[in-house]
Design a protein around this ligand. Structure first.
Ligand code: DQA
Length: 152
């Protein structure tokens, strides 16, 4: 008979156009593909005995649905790069506020050193923290922070 061990689950959300990483504006977003990033995240998660549920979507409603369903899906925390929706989506912000699951926002680029419209994040005020500007490192730091948060 094996004892059931409950493993924490983190929902990782990649917003629009992040499926194009490795091809898209490489000088800003780097050479690493999304598959590679997901591989690194999965490796880090394994080391800490947590599992990841990973979604990339170019559709705001799909992201809102994933966040809204997170509690029913036994998600402990959310790691999100909302991409362009960072600057526009009241719907994603409201979804995070509604579910009361800790969320961490990450960006590959430093959104504060770019165009004016990128300097405002509608998502950050409902997140526990934000990491911006470290390339792939933003995701790894963000995941480590998320794991520390749920293990506390
Ligand atoms: C981004 C920054 C956003 O402004 C942009 O729309 C993205 C990527 C980043 O990871 O640096 O698509 O979220």
């Amino acid at each position: 008979m094996s004892a059931e061990v409950s493993v924490s689950k983190i929902l990782v959300i990649h917003g629009p156009n992040l499926n194009l990483l490795g091809q898209r504006e490489k000088d800003i977003y780097g050479q690493t593909s999304l598959d590679k990033i997901n591989g690194m995240l999965t490796e880090l998660a394994k080391k800490h005995n947590v599992t990841l549920e990973i979604l990339q979507s170019n559709h705001e409603g799909e992201i809102v649905d994933a966040i809204g369903g997170a509690k029913a899906n036994h998600i402990s925390a959310i790691l999100i790069n909302p991409a362009a929706y960072t600057h526009t989506s009241v719907a994603i912000r409201d979804a995070i506020a509604a579910v009361e699951i800790p969320a961490i926002e990450v960006h590959l680029s430093n959104i504060y050193s770019r165009e004016d419209f990128r300097r405002t994040s509608l998502i950050a005020p409902v997140c526990r923290g934000q990491i911006s500007g470290f390339g792939v490192g933003s995701y790894l730091l963000g995941l480590q922070g998320t794991i520390d948060l749920i293990k506390r």
